[in-house]
Design a protein around this ligand. Structure first.
Ligand SMILES: C[S@@+](CC[C@H](N)C(=O)[O-])C[C@H]1O[C@@H](n2cnc3c(N)ncnc32)[C@H](O)[C@@H]1O
Length: 204
């Protein structure tokens, strides 16, 4: 696992090292649903949030504009991405590490919300990462996922081609049925382009 993780981090740094300069602009067109989730988060009661796979810090910056009163943390396995996030979000507690075991409750205290925005589909052990986050949130806290959906409303050929294209970037969307089996409350957008899932704090 150690070598697998190191290889994953090397891939991320190569991939994002080359694309981080235009990352936010390019992803606008296909990482759908992120702004809807940020607006809905901004209307909820919480005071500390950790963004897992925070990338360039785009979501943290947007959330802080909506909720300047809150405390923010972020975790990312890519140094290339974290460099950008650190410059952009000097007010956030940012940590280089892996979603499966990063100290999510040690950045801004136990967070009321842990966000996975298009990161779960890149994480090697998504089930372990969700379980770890659900153990780390504060009492009454929630884990919130936004990611690629099942594309149920598009022809199977297009769905297959899109999945193959995503795999070439080490992206494997998690099926809604799996998220439900792990305890998530899942909602898909029309045509299934994107989905959200919410998990309550784990019992232990
Ligand atoms: C598609 S980007 C999404 C970035 C950001 N959340 C957004 O919405 O724009 C996925 C991010 O997850 C990070 N990532 C991938 N695997 C990870 C892991 N196991 N632990 C932590 N971060 C990871 C990548 O480095 C990258 O920054």
């Amino acid at each position: 696992m150690h070598e697998e993780r190191a290889a994953h981090a090397r891939f991320l740094d190569r991939y994002y090292g080359a694309s981080r300069g235009f990352y936010d602009v390019s992803r606008r067109y296909y990482l759908l649903g992120r702004d809807e989730v940020l607006v809905s988060l901004a209307n909820e009661r919480w005071s500390a949030l950790v963004d897992v796979g925070c990338g360039t810090g785009r979501n943290l910056e947007a959330l802080r504009r909506l909720r300047p009163d809150a405390a923010y943390g972020g975790v990312d396995a890519s140094t290339a991405m974290l460099d950008v996030a650190r410059a952009r979000c000097p007010w956030a507690a940012l940590h280089h590490g892996f979603a499966e075991d990063a100290p999510l409750d040690g950045l801004v205290g136990p967070p009321d919300r842990v966000l996975f925005s298009y990161s779960l589909s890149m994480i090697q052990d998504p089930r372990g990462a969700i379980a770890h986050a659900a153990r780390s949130v504060a009492p009454d806290g929630e884990v919130v996922v936004v990611d690629f959906g099942p594309l149920s409303g598009v022809p199977a050929v297009a769905r297959g081609a899109f999945a193959a294209w995503l795999r070439s970037f080490h992206v494997t969307p998690v099926a809604p049925a799996a998220l439900e089996a792990w305890g998530g409350r899942v909602r898909s957008s029309p045509r299934g382009y994107w989905l959200t899932a919410r998990f309550s704090r784990a019992a232990s």
